[in-house]
Design a protein around this ligand. Sequence first.
Ligand code: HEM
Ligand SMILES: [Cu+2]
Length: 474
Amino acid sequence: MRKANTHTLYWIGITLVLFPILVVLGIYMRTVQFGQLPATQSWFYPMMTLHGLGMVGVCYAASMACAVDALRRYIEPSGAISWLALAGTVAGVVLLLVSVFLGKFAAGWYFLYPLPMRGNWPAWSTVMFLSAITVLGATWLIWSVDMLRAIARRYSLSEALGWHYLAGRTEPEVPPLVLITTVSLIACVACLVAGVIALALSFADVLGGVRSDALLMKNLTFFFGHVLVNLSMYLGLAVTYEVLPEYAGRPWKANKIVALSWNTVLVVFLAAYFHHLYMDFVQPVVVQYIGQVASYISSIPAAVVTLFGALMLVYRSKMRWNLASILLFVGLAGWAIGGGGAGIDSTILVNMKFHNTLWVPAHFHTYMLMGLMLLVTGYFYHCCQAATELPEKPSFHNLVILLLMVGGYGMLFMFYLSGAASIPRRFAVYPAELAHGAGYAGLGALFAALFLVGLIVFFVEIGKRWIRAFRVAV
Ligand code: HEM
Ligand SMILES: [Cu+2]
């Protein structure tokens, strides 16, 4: 039995509440796109904004909570800042809910300038939305810096980044968890600083009427958004490197190749965000090419090393399959499949056709929903199960996996088909020319409902364990 950490249990509780609500919003959007619920159409864009930002926030905070929990074996994060992270996140969510539900703020999750100032919602709701992101961004910046501080107390920067492996030494042994988290946290500080600048300029506009350069704002915004989403994924992978070996009964250690691939990620992935600006012809042409090349270099080596490592770990091992290890394993698969879809879209020749079609939500939902969220829920289950050791029912768990897989991939397949059929993203209602989009939307809603059923069954399983673990811990 391994007592669960109180902060982690709170994060698990928050995730278990927010995630299904946000899934319901997703089903709602697909239903409106199917042509149903016409009376609620004016809520589509506020709900899209809430769903998008809410999901990205849950993914980030939950994956960070996993990484922090796993890291506690090696380092000691500050207790006060762990509480601050929880309180600041809850405060940010409350501000966001007010801006969306009372103010009908609807500029989309990345609030691309100058849309937040030009919509038909009141200026106070824009201020409220920007305040929500400010609170979340400031909280997460402090959280990340504290984790870097805690890592630095035990490892030097060059050790934490595994540079001694690159130099051919194998001592001191640094777990891949520490290496990948350090890479992610450095990127996190960079992206949150860019976010702060974009926010300050947005505030200057909405409060002081000071206009900003739209291209500069777009660069800042996508640097922030691209990096935040990707590093959340990396945090999910980092804990997989740590936990999957427990089930395989074999170690998964850092070495020269692991260190090299993740240092490449650190150097190159900050430049990959240019793939979001292919349509901006006023960008210097050279950065468009950099965007495509950086997208490949930042994803392929780390993916190959991680997937190969995971397969070697499992191959002919006496793997103990339970809900945690299965979710981690299929989560890796979802990450790889979504990554493939992203790679296709980051190719300029393809992006010319796929830009802003549903192909984009298709690929990022693949690695966020069937990748990261499965890694996170797998890790959470692992914590709760380790803390309670309740008997497990394999047949019941297989049912959960089946529902999640059929529902999730069915929903995604409808997104991919829509994208390939040129259905644009962010259309609440499809006009006659795009009428074929409605059918995909209806099927997508059905599959997503199946996913939700799987999620509810899963929550019953993890919920029992969570309540017990909570009673012991608090
Ligand atoms: C079963 C689960 C989910 C369903 C049914 C769902 C559904 C949807 C739908 C229908 C849209 C609007 C697509 C459009 O542009 O027409 C959307 C957008 C989005 N979703 Fe999800 N989603 C789910 C899970 C997730 C997860 C796990 C994430 C995690 C990051 C996520 C993040 C987003 C984002 C960022 C947007 C874009 C919002 C915008 O354009 O501003 N979703 N989702
Ligand atoms: Cu990107």
